[in-house]
Design a binder for this molecule. Structure first.
Ligand code: ADP
Ligand code: MG
Length: 708
């Protein structure tokens, strides 16, 4: 890197010691290079001057520029509450400029009857336009000032920082910094090989840096962003792909060559239905990993109800048939119990498969049986919760681990399972919260990805409706009809924090109102929530599953995995309080049998924009992948369930994992090709690429290679 970029910012015109210190403390900018690598987060078109009359409420808090004359100025209020008010007009109307701080200083600089350019964020009080703390500049001066570009970049600031450096001040500082850099041709030398740039139609880095700060046109800004995102994502991909190659090279896995008695017996005599094409394909993919000699690390994505459990069970039989133990870890007690029941039933009558369960709620006897069984090799399949990874759980020869509903488990927990063995078992992580493929490739670059993209036959798409609370009676009427047909209903209430008793208030209020509003004929209702004792929870679930209750009133503890095919209606109360993936999960509890199923989203009358977008999306599609793409766009990548930890791993400056999927694909392919010829990027012509890669090496907080 050229020296000029390493110079401290205090040498930039308009900065000095005090501002330099503040910039470093507030936003971590120490050098000229740091400063120029902080890009504007938005731009305003300073070539546009608006008239006061055309500014309306829709422009509130976006920046506007007006040209106006001062017709009055005064101090209003006393002491600390004092503010300085300037009355301005143009031909189209009048407005108020306000200062709550620095009023004395401003007052001296504003002259009555003089004309100014005013720049700031409008707001409206009682229909009157006012601008607080605007930038103000005499018109003659503003018009004579040379600007680098009509678009002015706005840089992220902090409260402290903005007191010392205005929006325009920041722009000027960056401008001065660029002047210093412009004469040094070595600064921002291009890290990408010439042919790669040409192949991908990229402008030079220098051009990109200039245009990101001072866009000469909308077009130029677009090319600049594209180039800078490209560099960033290429760095990410070089990091991930290198690690993946490394892992593959040194990975050793158990080999399960046999398809044995248990698998065959199950497949030929016990399989309760025909596997879907997707299930078959995924089982084959798993099997080919299990004979490859490399340790499998596979992510299985399949929408709710796509039949992941069967894939898990049959692939566990492959391990068992080769003399190894397998385990499956579920995120909740209820789900673990359900898997245990299902798998015990599947295993019945098979030549040699013993199934046990271990959860946090296991009683001493159950616990001892499980622990002894797995230590002595008398248990082949262990089903459980987090309890599986506690110390003291010792397998005799664990060969295969399935983690169900991955989004509930953190990455660290995943890591812990590995260490239970001298040799790492094969791992299958199953998730019903589909992550868009490109994002999965980035977040889980070290995982292979399998997708079940087909639902079992005969499923009818769930119909989803959104009702406002005022239409509650209509909803009850509908429930009556369905129950009369012999179907069962879930009613789910939000649960904000699992730790607070208060949150059950909603549920019990709801329960009461249902038994009150809904008395005839008497419906059999049961309640299930996370604060109940496990036995009670299970009893309630079992009762519902056996068809002995018409309505199950629950919190989102039933979100994942619960399988009651006769339930056809899912009512979600205060649906606007749930996230999109949670709503989709909950909806997945119905539509599991052949009957038409329904999801009813109840909400208050007032909805936020995002809240409405979520409910609309739910009504529009049943496709989990589509919803997760949308979720990603609404919330940003870092927020997606279960990717919190891993989402942080790459702190991106300009690229967006949710939306820059095309660049992600391109850079991924480039990275793979480059690493094939130069795995460590030691070649001289790759020194720039090395820099891009190492930026991310340093930044990463979680090292995925520790996990695999
Ligand atoms: P998920 O992928 O959400 O975990 P499950 O494994 O719980 O889905 O399966 C949902 C339901 O579909 C279960 O009742 C299961 O028995 C049934 N099922 C799974 N695969 C098939 C299939 N190939 N044909 C018919 N039903 C199936
Ligand atoms: Mg499941």
């Amino acid at each position: 890197m050229s020296n000029i970029l390493e110079r401290e910012i205090k040498y930039i015109g308009g900065v000095g010691e005090v501002r330099a210190r503040l910039l470093e403390r507030e936003v971590g900018v120490r050098t000229i290079g740091d400063l120029l690598m902080r890009f504007p987060y938005r731009y305003i078109d300073r070539s546009t001057v608006r008239s006061i009359g055309e500014i309306n409420e829709t422009m509130e808090s976006t920046f506007v520029q007006i040209r106006c004359r001062v017709v009055g100025k005064s101090f209003v209020g006393e002491g600390r509450k004092q503010r300085f008010v300037v009355e301005v007009t143009d031909k189209s109307g009048s407005a108020e400029l306000l200062w709550f701080q620095g009023a004395k200083w401003i007052e001296k600089r504003i002259e009555l009857h003089r004309e100014y350019m005013v720049f700031g964020r409008p707001s409206f009080y009682h229909g009157r336009l006012s601008i607080a703390h605007p930038e103000v500049e005499p018109v003659e001066q503003a018009l004579s000032r040379k600007v680098e570009s009509g678009f002015q970049g706005i840089y992220a600031s902090t409260e402290r920082l903005s007191q010392l450096i205005t929006v325009k001040g920041m722009y000027n500082i960056v401008h001065n910094a660029w002047q210093m850099v412009a004469s040094d041709s070595k600064a921002f030398a291009d890290p990408l090989p010439e042919d790669m740039r040409r192949r991908n139609g990229l402008i030079s880095l220098r051009e990109a840096i200039y245009n990101i700060h001072f866009p000469q046109s909308a077009e130029a800004l677009k090319s600049a962003k594209y180039r800078l995102k490209y560099d960033e994502l290429l760095g990410v991909q070089l990091t991930i792909q290198a690690r993946r190659t490394e892992r593959h090279a040194k990975s050793v896995g158990f080999i399960f060559p046999r398809v044995g008695d248990n698998f065959n017996a199950f497949y030929h005599t016990k399989l309760p239905f025909k596997l879907t094409g997707a299930q078959q394909r995924v089982i084959k993919e798993i099997r080919s990993d299990m004979v490859s000699g490399k340790q499998m690390n596979r992510l299985l994505q399949g929408d709710v109800g796509s039949g992941k459990t069967m894939v898990a069970f049959m692939s566990m039989l492959l391990a068992v048939d080769n003399g190894f133990q397998a385990c499956i870890m579920a995120p909740t007690e209820i789900l673990a119990r359900q898997h245990y029941a299902t798998m015990s039933r599947f295993a019945e009558g098979l030549p040699n498969v013993r199934v046990a369960i271990l959860t946090g709620a296991s009683k001493a006897r159950e616990r001892r049986a499980a622990l002894e069984g797995i230590a002595k090799g008398e248990v082949d399949i262990l089903v459980g919760t987090h309890a599986l990874i506690e110390d003291g759980v010792q397998f005799m020869n664990l060969g295969y681990v399935v983690i169900d509903e991955q989004h509930r488990f953190g990455v660290e927990q995943r890591a812990k399972l590995w260490t239970k063995n001298h040799q790492t078992p094969h791992i299958l992580v199953m998730t019903a919260t589909p992550i868009p493929r490109t994002l999965a490739m980035t977040l889980y670059g070290d995982l292979e990805v399998s997708v079940i993209d087909e639902l079992p036959p005969g499923r009818q798409p769930i119909r989803t409706y959104h009702y406002y609370d005022s239409a509650r009676l209509k909803m009850f009427g509908f429930l009556r009809q369905e129950i009369a047909k012999g179907r069962q209903v879930y009613i789910v209430y939000p649960l904000i924090k699992e730790s607070e008793k208060m949150d059950y208030k909603d549920l019990y209020d709801g329960f009461e109102s249902i038994t009150r509003d809904f008395p005839l004929p008497r419906y059999r209702t049961t309640v299930c929530h996370g604060k109940m004792k496990n036995e009670d929870k299970e009893a309630a679930m079992a009762q519902f599953k056996r068809g002995e209750a018409d309505i199950l009133i629950a919190t989102s503890v039933i979100e994942v995995g619960v399988d009651v095919p006769n339930a056809t209606v899912m009512v979600i109360e205060s649906a606007e309080r749930f996230g999109l993936s949670q709503l989709h999960q909950l909806r997945g509890r119905v539509g599991r049998g052949g009957e038409q199923s329904y999801c009813i989203l109840m909400s208050g009358d007032k909805l936020s924009k995002e809240g409405r977008a979520r409910l609309d999306a739910m009504c529009a599609t049943n496709d989990g992948f589509e919803l997760s793409e949308l979720d990603l766009k609404l919330r940003g990548a870092g927020d997606i369930h279960g990717t919190q930890q891993s989402g942080d791993a790459f702190e991106l400056n300009i690229a967006n994992l949710a939306t820059d999927t095309q660049i992600m694909e391109l850079t991924r392919n480039e990275a793979i090709a480059i690493l094939e010829s130069d795995a460590t990027l030691d070649r001289a012509e790759h020194s720039g690429l090395r820099t891009l890669r190492d930026k991310h090496r340093r930044r990463e907080r979680i090292d995925f290679s520790d996990i695999s």
